[in-house]
Design a protein around this ligand. Structure first.
Ligand code: SAM
Ligand code: SF4
Length: 333
């Protein structure tokens, strides 16, 4: 790349973290994430693995030090391990951390190769240990596969963090057990508030569970010691004294964390979204496919810094509709 100036937005935030969606497709249909009849992006519009690699190198040249591969489900993309391996070669050479977020269904197949590529930590999404509820939430019967995947990741030496969306009247009562289970397995766990992104069946507000309420309830059971631990994301951690494990809270609704935002997201079709909750977008695919990709990508990244908004404006209320028409699986959650 011709330019090596760091990415700093209009609010003086240094952007060092890229969440890159390698596909918007998925083998689950989590009810809070997408409708059963989700329309996926046309395959012809999706960037090739070589293009995703080239794009990642352009970001690293501009000071991105952490890349998280996500989706959709990153492990349903054929040959994604080739991309992980190629990016792993940049570790220690501009890139400080390479990681991924997965639903875990295919992790048993790939855990060894992911670890061999230099990945140290991964996030696995798991909202329940109850197979009937898992099937209800994800519309697929895959809990066994996910648990096998998590075990394989641990076996491969990967540090696993469990991510669970907190859902009123669904996994609400189970959350303490899920936390105990994760900690007993040696995994950190983070709870997430459901965000109003994309149309789904039903009213989101019915299952929105503020983490302030969850925390109050957990505090009645356990001692939660504040922790300085950070992973470069919005999660704020406590240590549960009784389990000895770490518990994170991601609170986009009840405690906005945008002031410390250090990230940008790129869809599988090469659209950079400057904010998960905003519509500010810069296309990177045309520059990438142009005759002058280096200069045009640099200019596009500068533009992204100019338009990145100060914060999101999520509201979850009956009849309010989604904050953005894009589903989390498209933007790269
Ligand atoms: N398929 C992978 C997975 O599930 O881990 C990666 C993509 S998924 C979109 C990333 C994370 O976003 C998951 O932890 C999922 O639970 C979460 N998620 C999806 N839709 C959400 C929503 N509307 N609000 C909050 N979290 C959401
Ligand atoms: Fe798929 Fe992840 Fe969305 Fe669930 S949350 S439907 S696993 S992309």
């Amino acid at each position: 790349m011709s330019c090596s100036s760091p990415l700093i937005d209009a609010f003086n935030r240094r952007i060092s973290y890229l969440r890159l969606s390698v596909t918007d497709r998925c083998d689950l249909r989590c009810t809070y994430c997408m409708p059963e009849a989700m329309q996926f992006l046309p395959k012809k519009d999706v960037l090739s693995l070589e293009e995703l690699h080239k794009l990642s190198l352009a970001f690293i040249a501009r000071g991105i030090t952490k890349i998280r591969l996500t989706g959709g489900e990153p492990l349903v993309r054929r040959d994604v391990v080739e991309l992980i391996t190629a990016l792993g070669r940049k570790l220690g050479d501009g890139l400080e951390e390479l990681t991924l977020t997965t639903n875990g269904t295919r992790l048993a197949e790939f855990a060894d190769q992911i670890a061999a590529a230099g990945v140290k930590r991964i996030n696995v999404s798991l909202d329940t240990l109850d197979s009937a509820l898992f099937q209800q939430l994800s519309r697929r019967d895959r809990l066994g596969k996910v648990l096998q995947g998590i075990a394989a990741a641990k076996e491969a030496g990967l540090k696993v963090k469990i991510n669970a969306v907190a859902l009123k009247a669904l996994n609400e009562e189970e959350l303490p057990f899920l936390i105990e289970w994760a900690h007993a397995q040696g995994h950190d766990i983070t709870l997430i508030e459901v965000m109003p992104l994309g149309e789904v069946e039903g009213e989101r507000v019915e299952h929105y569970l503020p983490l302030t309420a969850v925390r109050d309830r957990l505090e009645a059971m356990w001692t939660l010691d504040e922790s300085d631990f950070r992973t470069g994301g919005p999660s704020r951690y406590v240590t549960v004294r009784e389990t000895g494990g770490r518990l994170g809270f991601i609170t986009p609704l009840t405690n906005n964390f945008c002031a410390g935002c250090n990230r940008i997201r790129v869809t599988a079709t090469g659209q950079l979204y400057a904010c998960l909750g905003g519509s500010e977008m810069v296309d990177l695919r045309a520059p990438l496919r142009s005759d002058n990709p280096d200069a045009l990508l640099d200019a596009a990244l500068d533009e992204a810094m100019r338009i990145k908004p100060e914060k999101h404006h999520f509201r979850i209320e009956a009849g309010a509709g989604p904050a953005q028409p894009r589903h989390m699986s498209v933007t790269g959650g």
